[in-house]
Design a protein around this ligand. Structure first.
Ligand code: L34
Length: 284
């Protein structure tokens, strides 16, 4: 079998066209969605992602501001900034790009963001609501993955979804969202013994390991849906996923590429969340 490739760049583009119409209507009602992105230090990958976010926001008519601070910024300074943004009624969404320098506690920063402006969906209140299946901001990468599956009407209910990776921003929440969609979910991670025993049984395989090309056709079931969340920059400068695309594409039913896969969808979902923040969460 040769898989259908789910192009996240094209899907994100399509979603942005719809969002642009929605934003136009909101503006007619006097609602002007605004996203503030905070970038600490000069990690080149973070800079590139943040640039992508600003460009995508502009495309749909969401205004954004970028606050760039040096890596030497203290935790207290950052927390003060967040309090200021929380109090600024013109700011609908706050995103602090991760990772942060080691001397700043990511959890403290996340905990300080007003949950109603937490367009990353990382605040404990929003994580809790997601677990309970309540309406809230869904974390952008997991939300993007579910949107990719739904775009191809891929059945989730009753399927065995296997996640490799248990980070708070990808692995854990994507498993929860798949569970909410009635999948049977297995979490694998760095301490899992005999990983292949699990991957080879997956109907839906979500790979978020962070090492290039470690999952090959040999690891997957014929006809599996393979979602590659890895973004690895090779010495040549080329981006590659955690999945060996060329072999896996011959065995999967659907597969996402890197680049042009999950990455652009992460950004599109951030825009969806910013619009949601601007409209005000329901039940509030
Ligand atoms: N707070 N920190 C916060 N929120 C997030 O949602 C993120 N993430 C992850 C890192 N830190 C974060 C992102 O924005 C990863 N991430 C992200 C966003 C976009 C892309 C990749 C990762 C992306 O656009 N990838 C392109 C290639 C871009 C390039 O050439 O560098 C792609 O086609 O995959």
């Amino acid at each position: 079998m040769t898989a259908e490739v789910i192009n996240g760049k094209d899907l994100a583009q399509e979603l942005r066209m719809n969002m642009k119409e929605e934003v136009t209507k909101l503006k007619q009602k006097g609602i002007h969605p605004h996203l503030t992105v905070v970038l600490i230090g000069d990690n080149p990958a973070s800079k590139s992602y943040v640039k992508g976010k600003e460009k995508a926001a502009a495309e749909v008519g969401i205004s954004s501001s970028l606050i760039e601070l040096p890596a030497s910024t203290s935790e207290e300074e950052l927390l003060n900034l967040i309090h200021k943004l929380n109090d600024d009624i013109t700011v609908n969404g706050i995103l602090v790009q991760l990772p942060l320098p080691k001397h700043i506690s990511e959890q403290k920063v996340i905990d300080t963001i007003n949950p109603d402006k937490d367009v990353d969906g990382f605040h404990p209140i929003n994580v809790g609501k997601m677990m309970l299946g309540e309406d809230t901001f869904l974390p952008c990468t997991p939300y993007g993955i579910i949107t990719m599956l739904k775009s191809r009407s891929i059945d989730i209910e009753g399927k065995h979804a296997v996640i490799i990776g248990r980070s708070n921003i990808v692995g854990k929440p994507v498993g929860q969202l798949l569970l909410n969609e009635n999948a049977t979910v297995t979490y694998c991670h760095s301490r899992t013994t005999n990983l292949k025993e699990y991957t080879s049984k997956a109907d839906i395989l979500i790979v978020a390991i962070g090492r290039p090309n470690v999952i090959t056709a040999d690891d997957i079931k014929e006809g599996a849906v393979v979602i590659d969340v890895g973004i690895n920059r090779l010495e040549t400068g080329k981006l590659t996923g955690d999945v060996d695309f060329d072999s896996a594409v011959e065995k999967a039913s659907y597969i996402t590429p890197v680049p042009k896969g999950v990455g652009p969808m992460t950004i599109a979902m951030l825009l969806e969340n910013t619009i949601k923040a601007a409209k005000g969460l329901e039940n509030r």
